[in-house]
Design a protein around this ligand. Structure first.
Ligand code: NAD
Ligand code: TYD
Length: 353
């Protein structure tokens, strides 16, 4: 038995692979294009571990997908690979359409071809798990109920629109072809290996470097935050027990305004790494708002809780403390990511791939 994971060198995918192999001997084939967001150093702990088979490649490459599926015959495909940053999607939506829409389509087609030829028992047991976001549901009014799985899709950014498109493709491949799919729509993750272009790692890294902490607009935008390893445990629960064709919302019941998040990070850093220049709050700067900025996301996670018994292990207080501590303990990771040294290493390592 083997899993095929796409995007397993990114933030959530690498946490998933590490967690998976910490509790299971089932091998993982990890297909990742190593874009700027993919970092093999996230997987350093698996060096020399033959349960982890890394393949540098693109999910738009049908030939490669066919070969990998035939060679490894996975019992499940877990699809994390995506362009994931809203701000980048505003500046350059093309890559989001290419990977999130065309890549997901190519992967679905390759998997359908492989799955169709499987013996009946393997076919029934097979799963395609699509990792998606709560951003497909659009923006909530301040007092509106949280997103349930039946909330209409109203994506507002090129990123969320491309993820919504991929969710629709996954749904259609189930209804039309019978592919046994599962979709998870999760809220904002945070934790180790988070690329410092997203709010939480950016604020930690900038604060430590004495740089400005840029809050978009009034900073009253609300997100639900989930510690990444809780997302990973939710994905394991859905893979093991989710009903095919169903979607599961995953969230931490942690709605926070951005300003509150930034103040919490500053307070933790004041405690854990006080600065001679004074409290980190001095670095907070309000900057121009993001165009089309969604005001509020909130997840109603009752379905996954009641059907699959999943619960987050971390509160926001415990998760954010662990996260800040992780960045304090791993300055070399931050340095590699920022200097691009890991990308040079990859070019060297994979020039013939
Ligand atoms: P990430 O940007 O950190 O990682 C994405 C990974 O996909 C990278 O390793 C990258 O190299 C790889 N990749 C990109 N394009 C590829 C391609 N064409 N072929 C193969 N690999 C490719 O993203 P993340 O935050 O880890 O998110 C993973 C998934 O979870 C995404 O599908 C995202 O939409 C979803 N999600 C993220 C969050 C969040 O808060 N980060 C929340 C909910 C859902
Ligand atoms: P982000 O981490 O980019 O996630 P998403 O846009 O997918 O929710 O941003 C989280 C929130 O933080 C979002 O409301 C935008 C805001 N934000 C800032 O205020 N400043 C920043 O520098 C960044 C990156 C985000």
């Amino acid at each position: 038995m083997t899993l095929l994971v796409t995007g397993g060198a990114g933030f959530i995918g690498s946490n998933f692979v590490l967690d998976w192999l910490a509790s299971s001997d089932e091998p993982v084939v990890n297909l990742d294009a190593l874009t700027y967001a993919g970092n093999l150093h996230n997987l350093d702990a698996l060096q020399g571990d033959d349960r982890h088979i890394f393949v540098k490649g693109d999910i738009t490459d049908r030939g490669l997908l066919d070969r990998l599926l035939q060679q490894h015959r996975p019992r499940a495909v877990l699809h994390f690979a995506a362009e994931s940053h809203v701000d980048r999607s505003i500046h350059g939506p093309g890559a989001f359409i290419k990977t999130n829409v065309e890549g997901s389509f190519t992967l679905l087609e390759a998997v359908r071809g492989f799955w169709t030829e499987r013996p009946a028992d393997d076919k029934a047991a097979f799963r395609f798990l699509h990792v998606s976001t709560d951003e497909v549901y659009g923006s909530l009014q301040p007092t509106a109920p949280a997103f349930t799985e039946t909330h209409p899709y109203e994506p507002n950014s090129p990123y969320s629109a491309s993820k919504a498109a991929s969710d629709h493709l996954v749904r259609a491949w189930h209804h039309t072809y019978g592919l046994p799919v599962l979709t998870t729509n999760c809220s904002n993750n945070y934790g180790p290996f988070h690329f410092p272009e997203k709010l939480i790692p950016l604020m930690i890294v900038n604060a430590l470097a004495g740089k400005a902490l840029p809050i978009y607009g009034d900073g009253q935008q609300v997100r639900d935050w989930l510690y990444v390893r809780d997302h990973c445990s939710a994905i394991r629960a859905v893979l093991a027990g989710g009903r095919t064709g169903e979607t599961y919302n995953v969230g931490g019941w942690n709605e926070k305004a951005n300003v509150e998040i930034v103040h919490t990070i500053c307070a933790l850093l004041n405690q854990l790494r006080p600065s001679d220049a004074g409290p980190y709050e001095r670095l907070i700067t309000h900057v121009k708002d993001r165009p089309g900025h969604d005001r509020r996301y909130a997840i109603d996670a009752r379905k996954i809780e009641s059907e699959l018994g999943w619960r987050p292990a971390e509160t926001f207080d415990t998760g954010i403390r662990k996260t800040v501590q992780w960045y304090l303990d791993n300055p070399q990771w931050v340095e590699q990511v920022q200097s691009g040294a890991y990308r040079e290493w990859v070019t060297q390592q994979y020039t013939t791939a």
